[in-house]
Ligand binder design. Structure first.
Ligand code: FDA
Length: 300
């Protein structure tokens, strides 16, 4: 993280190290009709004081969003706010974040991490719903065999779900090893979430730039996006009843194109000094990205 050339390469995917950098990136997106979800980078926190500090940083960014008047909600990782240190500390921190978000009229998305954490993440989600919080949603990864069953149980609570393929190294006993199966699972779960959105969507409701609709289709894969568009068209689901999500710095052309066609588009904007694991996942997804490292190494 101290190598300047590595940071220059990571800068394609990370808005900057300071909250102001992230707010500026969001302003630019908003000016193009695109909303954001802000991620204060950090994960696998191993000391309680660091989990409390990460929570305070997230509370500050919720206020910064409000003060700047930008259209962004917030994505968090439960291991950043203490999941590895036990459920109690993590729950306490999560409640603080949800209370602040609720006071600011904002929304929190729980990112999904390794498969061994899925049960604990979904349990905490359900506990928050039973405490009365409805300003939070989860992420489902289509590479996991269990995801179809998870989506079905989440529909009971009208859960807001971000659907993604999954970014962690998983074993074949829990995840489809073949890309074609991950893709097929993606399309099936899009259909399922869109059916649910059709049943739950109120045509007269105003669009809230902070709160996402039930299905958030998070992918840059044009075949998956085409499937989602066609299925929505087929069942008559309004373009306001779902959204596409993409990562900062990836397929800006596609983001612009979809937004120009009247689809809701939200970009995941990460910022902060703890960018290394996030950047490594982006490299692993697309080995061609290693070129950024090499070209930045030779740049002055
Ligand atoms: P796929 O990998 O098949 O890529 C399709 C095309 O997209 C590629 O051909 C290329 O053009 C482009 N592309 C994809 N990745 C790229 C990259 N790194 N650099 C450049 N181009 C790239 N995962 C997770 O496990 N938990 C989570 O909470 C989240 N959250 C999340 C939020 C949002 C908004 C998005 C878009 C993604 C996530 N992910 C995630 C990551 C997700 O699981 C997945 O790893 C990536 O999105 C890449 O997969 P695609 O669906 O884009 O397809």
């Amino acid at each position: 993280m101290r190598w300047g050339f590595a940071w220059r390469a990571a800068g394609r995917f990370v808005a900057g190290e300071k909250p102001e950098d992230a707010i500026n990136a969001i302003r630019e997106l908003n000016a193009r009709g695109i909303q954001a979800t802000l991620d204060h980078l950090g994960e696998n926190t191993l000391r309680p004081e660091d989990a409390v500090q990460a929570t305070s940083d997230i509370l500050l960014i919720l206020d910064a969003i409000q003060q700047a008047g930008v259209q962004a909600n917030v994505s968090i990782k439960l291991t950043q706010i203490g999941l590895a240190l036990g459920n109690d500390l993590c729950r306490e921190n999560l409640v603080r974040i949800l209370r602040k978000a609720q006071a600011n009229g904002n929304f929190i998305r729980l990112d999904m991490e390794e498969s061994r954490l899925v049960d604990r993440t979904l349990t905490l989600y359900q506990q928050m719903r039973s405490l009365g919080f409805d300003n939070l949603g989860v992420v489902i990864q289509t590479y996991l065999y269990r995801s179809e069953a998870d989506v079905h149980s989440l529909t009971i609570l009208n859960t807001k779900v971000r659907l993604c393929k999954g970014a962690y190294q998983e074993l074949p006993d829990v995840a489809y090893p073949k890309k074609a199966d991950v893709d097929a699972s993606y399309d099936r779960l899009v259909d399922c979430l869109m059916d649910q959105a059709l049943a739950a969507y109120d045509l007269n409701q105003a669009v809230d730039p902070f709160t996402p609709p039930i299905p958030a289709i998070a992918t840059h894969d044009v075949v998956r996006i085409t499937h989602a568009r066609e299925y929505a068209e087929k069942i008559g689901l309004s373009r306001q009843a779902f959204e596409f999500q993409m990562l900062y710095g990836i397929r800006r052309d596609l983001q612009k194109n979809l937004s120009g066609q009247g689809y809701r588009v939200r970009v995941y904007v990460p910022y902060g000094t703890r960018w290394y694991p996030y950047f490594m996942r982006r490299l692993a997804e697309r080995p061609a990205n290693l070129w950024f490292i090499v070209s930045n190494f030779f740049r002055k």
